[in-house]
Design a protein around this ligand. Sequence first.
Ligand code: ATP
Ligand code: MG
Length: 370
Amino acid sequence: MNTIHQTPGPDAAASDPSADTLGTSAAQARNAVLEELVLKEPGQFRVLTGDRPTGRLHLGHYFGTLHNRVRLQDLGVELFVIIADYQVLTDRDVADNLTGHVEELVLDHLAIGVDPARSTIFTHSAVPALNQLMLPFLSLVSVAELNRNPTVKDEIAHSRQSAVSGLMFTYPVHQAADILFCKANLVPVGQDQLPHLELTRTIARRFNDRYGNGSAVFPQPDALLSNAPLLLGTDGTKMSKSRGNAITLAADADETARLIKGAKTDSERHITYDPATRPEVSSLLLLAALCLDRTPQQVAADIDSAGAAALKRTVTEAVNEYLAPMRARRTEYAQDRTFLRRTLREGNERARATADATLTEVRAAMNSHY
Ligand code: ATP
Ligand code: MG
């Protein structure tokens, strides 16, 4: 991976005093630069991104990150998709139906257009050398830094466990290992991941400073945000697999209609796009706009004073039409379990070879090559 260059860092933007706690404005400012670099030299980028196998992927995933994954792959960027199975255990005692959820994630990716001949889909539990990176990485961060992470705090608030596990606190470090084992330099994610990306950059920088002997063992990866970095669910909070508020890619048209019908809105009949004061209505408008390739303001103007019921009808039609081809492909792939399992087996093999090479390099840098 020596051919992958380090893109100019976002540190100037990250130190912007007006940036919010998650770093969204800095990441958005950086996006345009990254998009230009990707278009010019896609071969200089490697993407790692992924999801927890806690359920089927939903529209928040799709417009937050999945759409970018396929777009980058099709531009010629090398893509690694991680199924983060150990991380299921951050907020629950046991991972229910793990094999089923893992297969569903593979299916979702195939349905949206991830091509296993060009891209690597893998589970991190099957890649021992990746997980071993977590030990030196843990030594590079302080407990105070882990304690400050706003996303971890939010997830603890929504956790199913009465006590917070060590894995919950340290999983952003595990994520640094997920990203850096393949020396990814671009990570298309939703807004909640920005603090984790910042920590990954810190770990890469500290590792290089401490062990690099003047050269960079790891790149400092950039987050790539979409224009829907935080899509809300039917209850008006972040759409999330674990919160029962999601519209999944795999849902059928009737279920989609039912879920959108039950979505939270407000009592104002005149429909306007105003994310700050009308977050639920605005999120629905954004969803329709993304599916229709229009602006949320245009969708709002069309609905005008017809009220929430008309808004929901518009959203339902837009979503069902947009997802129809993906849903059809999903049904086809679901009939070929052998292909699904082969995709994962080959992905795991490729990821293992990459992780072994990186660990060899890390052990040499750390003088632990005996
Ligand atoms: P869980 O509730 O189990 O944590 P999740 O729905 O939050 O599930 P993850 O697997 O944690 O999904 O997230 C995978 C990726 O999808 C991350 O990059 C995350 O930022 C992005 N993502 C998840 N939910 C949304 C959302 N509502 N809007 C935009 N991006 C999202
Ligand atoms: Mg999550």
